[in-house]
Design a protein around this ligand. Structure first.
Ligand code: ADP
Ligand code: ASP
Ligand code: MG
Length: 406
């Protein structure tokens, strides 16, 4: 007998037929004698609608009320799935975040899970009851509903699997595994049988939304065996594993892209000690995350240009914060550009191979794609390019690194 957590994403519970199909799948597991806890997302599109309603109501919304609204989608699917299971004769009940309770910190809209008491759920699972837990939501220190950031149900599932000491955490989605790149953009993308935690973490944090970044962090820290698979068929999925469980290591195992970036260029910034601190300090104070940064060496020693990226959603605030400080910072022009994409090639094999970055630059040059910013880490090379070249760049790089499915 195994104890498993199964998570179903938005498209997997998009309507009543899909919820019934999910219930049938869970029943198979229960009939096989396993203890099952389930985590559900809201129906596809519902969270977007809820976010939109809060924005329409009040632009500068109270984050606590925002969470009260956007967490509601998961309440509906948790209840409906419990009903669909009962309808098939399966003993099941729904659990909202506050009922478990899934305790989080108080950062509304982006809360982190701190603790999940599991005594009662385990007692009921042992009696054969399926726990259907609403994903994405928790309970803050202020006793109010929190949410875990977009895509957060993945993290709910992995955290629950860790707390339950589950044998496995199955993440059911609308693709049958983790691919070498987004299969919706590159038709030749290949499904990976296995991927290391580290590579999955980079892929997720660089934009592959198949798993939320925090869920991978959590799986890595608690050694949860995560499997990504489709709720639409029975194809084998992708296992996220330790590096030593991978027999044949590729140099590059995946390519991710993120359209969430925006570029800011400051022209003629005075080139003196303390200027970077003066620019990035106020952004940090406004909780604006800066990702890539390049600063030119100034030709005459007096002025330099500085380019960096922030999240697209933070671009307007970034411009406002810096324009307000223009006099003290002393730059001449601020140029915002939201039409950029960050493309990242990822692979643990990069540690021992040279030439990966060069291959990327050469491939993009052959397609006449200009690179605006570059950044690297031990197992990743990222470039910023114009957004219009996203598909072209992804496909060319996928072929260049030998990743195309034959
Ligand atoms: P869910 O609603 O089930 O959580 P998501 O939409 O959050 O599903 O994530 C699944 C999507 O992730 C896929 O439909 C696919 O377009 C996208 N995706 C991006 N990169 C990858 C990748 N490397 N492998 C698989 N899917 C990817
Ligand atoms: N429903 C939430 C979202 O759309 C959480 C999730 O799907 O994982 O972001
Ligand atoms: Mg998701």
């Amino acid at each position: 007998m195994a104890r498993i957590v199964q998570k179903f994403g938005g498209t997997s519970v998009a309507d009543i037929d899909r919820i019934r199909a999910v219930a049938a799948r869970i029943k198979r597991e229960v009939d096989a004698g396993d203890e099952v806890a389930v985590v559900v997302s809201a129906m596809a599109g519902v969270t977007n609608q809820l976010v939109d309603w809060t924005r329409q109501t009040c632009k500068l919304h109270d984050a606590r009320e925002f969470d009260t609204v956007v967490a509601s989608g998961e309440q509906v699917t948790a209840g409906l799935l419990a009903l669909a299971l009962q309808d098939r004769g399966v003993n099941a009940r729904s659990w909202l975040g506050w009922q478990v309770p899934i305790r989080t910190d108080g950062i509304h809209g982006k809360a982190r899970i701190r603790e999940i008491p599991t005594g009662e759920i385990i007692r009921r699972m042992r009696e054969g009851q399926v726990a259907v837990v609403a994903g994405f939501q928790g309970l803050g220190p202020d006793n109010r509903i929190t949410t875990l950031g977009r895509g957060g149900s993945d993290t709910s599932a992995v955290a629950l699997a860790a707390a339950l000491h589950a044998d496995r955490c199955d993440i059911f989605t609308d693709v049958d595994g983790v691919y070498t790149t987004d299969p919706r953009i590159v038709a030749k993308a290949k499904k990976l049988d296995r991927i290391t935690y580290e590579e999955m973490l980079e892929l997720a944090s660089q934009g592959a939304k198949v798993l939320q970044t925090r869920s991978v962090e959590m799986a890595m820290n608690h050694r949860v065996r995560v499997q990504v698979l489709s709720s639409f068929n029975d194809a084998p999925g992708t296992l996220v594993v330790d590096e030593d469980e991978i027999v044949e290591q590729q140099v590059v195992s995946g390519i991710a892209y993120s359209r969430d970036e925006a570029k800011v260029t400051l022209i003629r910034v005075p080139d003196r000690p303390g200027v970077a601190a003066a620019i990035f300090g106020p952004l940090a104070e406004h909780a604006i995350n800066v990702d890539m940064i390049v600063q030119n060496i100034s030709e005459h020693g007096a002025f330099t240009d500085l380019t960096f990226t922030v999240g697209k959603a933070d671009l307007d605030r970034t411009v406002k914060v810096l324009e307000e400080k223009r006099a003290s910072l002393g730059f001449a022009v601020l140029k915002p550009d939201p039409n950029v994409v960050k493309i990242s090639v990822i692979g643990v094999g990069m540690r021992s191979h040279v030439g990966v970055a060069q291959q990327m630059f050469k491939t993009l040059a052959e397609k006449n794609i200009n690179i605006q910013v570059i950044s690297t880490s031990e197992i990743k090379v990222s470039v910023l390019i114009a957004e219009e070249y996203t598909e072209l760049a992804l496909r060319a790089l996928h072929t260049a690194y030998g990743l195309d499915a034959s």
